[in-house]
Design a protein around this ligand. Structure first.
Ligand code: UDP
Ligand code: MG
Length: 170
């Protein structure tokens, strides 16, 4: 009798803990959104007066803006954002460039957002970007290439959270 009581307490405890774990931890992969990406209109495009035209292109491309802000990155913040490229030869110039003037940061929503947005912006080097893409239309060089676009669902989430709190995403 006492033993079965003990076992049932143990079982209840285990179910309770598992439920808690499921609720708070979840499985990131299972809950990963595939309909969001993150973009920045970079300092060159802002300085050249292309904010309006680029946003128009994004909206006409079927993306909905769910968060947006206009800001000027410090070199520290730009360095943090591009930390994944810190070993690349262009890293220091990239950080200097990205902190050289104001940018527009935004989270965009659409089915298959990451892949479709990469298509809309074109190749990293505007000389190789397809005609009609944002980089083909508005960028001048591989370093000052007008816009950023996330390269995966996971990075889209990390990058969006770098700029926006839960109260700033709609
Ligand atoms: N970049 C650069 N020189 C290069 C490659 C990249 O200055 O040879 C800059 C450029 O601004 C690019 C950013 O670094 O957008 C990030 O590089 P990535 O390879 O991730 O290209 P993206 O994903 O932006 O197309
Ligand atoms: Mg990239």
């Amino acid at each position: 009798m006492y033993l079965s009581f003990k076992l049932s307490v143990r079982f209840t405890k285990r179910v309770y803990l598992l439920t808690l774990k499921r609720y708070f931890c979840g499985n990131l992969k299972e809950t990963m959104e595939t309909n969001k990406t993150f973009t920045m209109i970079k300092p060159d495009a802002v300085a050249n007066g292309h904010i309006g035209a680029i946003l128009d292109h994004i909206i006409k491309g079927g993306f909905k803006i769910t968060a947006m802000k206009y800001l000027w990155l410090t070199p520290e913040k730009a360095g943090q954002f591009y930390a994944v490229h810190s070993a690349r030869p262009f890293y220091n110039d990239l950080v200097t460039f990205m902190s050289s003037g104001p940018i527009v940061a935004a989270i965009l929503e659409k089915d298959n957002a990451v892949e479709d947005f990469r298509k809309l912006i074109g190749a990293t080097d505007p000389a190789k970007a397809e005609p009609g893409t944002i980089r083909n239309l508005f960028a001048k060089s591989i370093d000052a290439n007008a816009v950023h676009g996330s390269d995966s669902d996971e990075n889209a989430q990390i990058e969006g959270n770098f700029y926006f709190s839960a109260f700033e995403k709609f």
